[in-house]
Design a binder for this molecule. Structure first.
Ligand SMILES: Nc1ncnc2c1ncn2[C@@H]1O[C@H](COP(=O)(O)OP(=O)(O)OP(=O)(O)O)[C@@H](O)[C@H]1O
Length: 251
């Protein structure tokens, strides 16, 4: 059996008296799509932000490919192959869709100073075009991102996370605010992206409140309640877990 790509050990983070994450442990295997669900305030975002180096956990550790990355910042993690999408859109509205993709990848490639003097495309155009086709946004590729519908901007936002060919992508509510007719398309795209990297398969961790989406997309799901892990299992196991049904899914 292969080693985990991501290993989170007994992670804890408190805000004053609130134990937002109270000792969470789990592993994500190479190529796995791992869902994180739980009621509002259960600590999902705090966990995510710790894994992304945006907040420092109080204790516990996060290992990426066996290396302790708990104290690294977002840029260093990005350079090690960790990408993310945000709950709120991060596209630059005044830039074209294609330029948004190019900038997202350059972010990964070097310092701001270096990017200022790099050729505008930096050889990333082919990758941007491949994603534009895969995400079916060719017809808006030269439009300013701010002129697109919310759903289209969300697609651009997701595509941006894949420009740097990340080993691990953290997706924060990819379906939030998206028209239900687009949700199935996002799931299909993520499954394709997860499959297509061959030997270097990327893994995803997905926070999402849309249960149909999570159950359809994820290989395994972790349920968080009040900063603790209530259950980890396959979608079928989670659906059949009485404690989870009572605490969360049954609502
Ligand atoms: N910066 C902060 N300062 C103080 N308390 C915070 C802060 N961020 C989160 N919390 C608290 O920590 C707990 C966990 O919040 P968190 O946002 O991680 O939960 P969540 O599961 O992501 O919720 P949601 O599904 O609503 O996004 C909550 O009680 C929240 O109020």
């Amino acid at each position: 059996m292969s080693a985990p790509l991501l290993k989170v050990n007994n992670l804890k983070k408190a805000y004053g008296a609130i134990q937002a994450v109270g000792g969470v442990s789990f592993e994500v295997m190479p190529g796995e799509i791992f869902g994180v669900i739980g009621p509002n305030g259960s600590g999902k975002t705090t966990l995510f932000n710790s894994m992304l180096g945006q907040i420092k956990p109080d204790s516990g550790s996060i290992e990426l490919n066996g290396e302790d990355v708990s104290r690294l910042g977002p840029l260093e993690l990005n350079r090690r192959g960790v990408g993310r999408t945000f709950q709120t859109l991060q596209v630059f509205g005044k830039m074209t869709v294609r330029d948004n993709l190019l900038v997202a990848a350059q972010e990964h490639q070097g310092t701001m100073f270096g990017r200022m003097f790099a050729p505008s495309d930096s050889g990333l155009g082919a990758k941007a075009d491949a994603l534009i086709d895969q995400f079916r946004i060719r017809h808006v590729a030269d439009k300013k991102a701010g002129e697109l519908s919310y759903g289209q901007q969300k697609l651009v936002d997701i595509a941006m996370a894949f420009m740097s060919q990340p080993a691990l992508v953290l997706l924060d509510e990819p379906c939030a605010g998206v028209n239900p007719s687009l949700v199935g398309g996002i799931s299909t795209l993520l499954k394709q992206l997860n499959q297509q990297q061959g030997a270097k398969k990327s893994s995803f961790v997905v926070i999402e409140h849309n249960m149909d989406f999570v159950m359809d997309l994820c290989h395994r799901i972790m349920v968080m309640v009040e900063g603790q892990v209530m259950a980890i299992g396959t979608p079928a196991e989670i659906r059949g877990n009485k404690q989870v049904l009572d605490a969360y899914l049954g609502n």
